[in-house]
Design a protein around this ligand. Sequence first.
Ligand code: NAD
Length: 359
Amino acid sequence: MSVPIKDNSSFKLMAQFGHQKLVFCNDSTLGLQAIIAIHDTTLGPAIGGVRMLPYQSVDEAIDDVLRLSRGMTYKAAVAGVNLGGGNAAIIGDHRTQKNEALLRRFGQFVEQLSGTFIASLDIGTTPKDMEYLHMETDHVAGLPKSLGGSGDSAPFTAKGVYYGIKASLKELYGNDSLAGRTIAVQGAGNVGEHLIAMLREENAKVYVSDIVEERMAEVANKYKAVAVSNNNIYELEVDVYSPCALGGIINKDTISKMRCHIIAGSANNQLRNEQEDGQLLLDRKILYAPDYLINAGGLISCYSEIAGYGASRTAVLTENIYEATRSVLRKSIDENVPSYQAANQMAESRIADMRKIKQ
Ligand code: NAD
């Protein structure tokens, strides 16, 4: 029988959002302080990024892992893969405090969780760091190809976004052809470049912006896209605005400027305020393909790596993003609810159904 929760805010948050486990990892000799959150393992082991950041307080790190692990549960559920949601935070500055011993010690803590948590890349960790973890545990995904891993996830993420864009076009215009469609891609990084290549291959007219001007010019020249200033990208009258740079860029200020019909991009946590901004988009009839659904290609490639599938299976699973996006947008329109809410409900419903067959 559990004792009543009085003032332990971590337990309160865990109870509120249904988290299963919060693990504190400490090694004073090495200066390791890390926290692993496991939100839900109904669908499978909890996968999640390992981020290393100089958090100002332990509470801040706890908030981060609780929020992100829950997000991973939803992402895996709606992507149709058999994984749960987790996340880990190593407290410290990755530029000055990261070293082999610290990472391998963290790998030992992951090993102690016996495969209920699978570690992958996040802010402040690199493929090389995953190699160190892998020296202590097999429960790592997103390893380099030389170690039998799936390698760079960006091409898979871009492919998922491409399907998300096509599904949104189909919903709005009745056909998903990219030829002649206008698409503004914000962020010509790893994902952005792969996406632009696919869009141009099918003769879409592409606008591109990036805060790094040389990068923007390089990608624009390579794919015959039109370079635009980042400040003007929201005001472009385009079929699709594709945020592939940073989170929080959909908010009441940017929405008021927008002249696009669809938003579909790879950036995580695009809505600054999920409820308010999701509703504003619905009111303005801008079709929003939920970020965590259409950027799941990277997660899918990790899933293939864990399950031992090859590239063709990864391609099929990524292609499923097309139908999943259509279902979410349809539900959003039919029920007049913001699309992020429709996606959340679909994820929750899959988990609830799978819970029934596990009993
Ligand atoms: P990246 O760092 O390679 O590229 C980001 C690009 O955005 C850079 O070129 C950067 O200069 C540019 N940028 C930064 N701020 C900008 C701004 N204000 N305006 C315009 N451009 C700006 O990152 P990536 O791997 O291409 O990922 C892009 C986004 O997709 C990120 O939000 C990431 O979290 C998300 N995402 C990536 C993956 C993946 O597999 N790589 C998976 C899921 C989600």
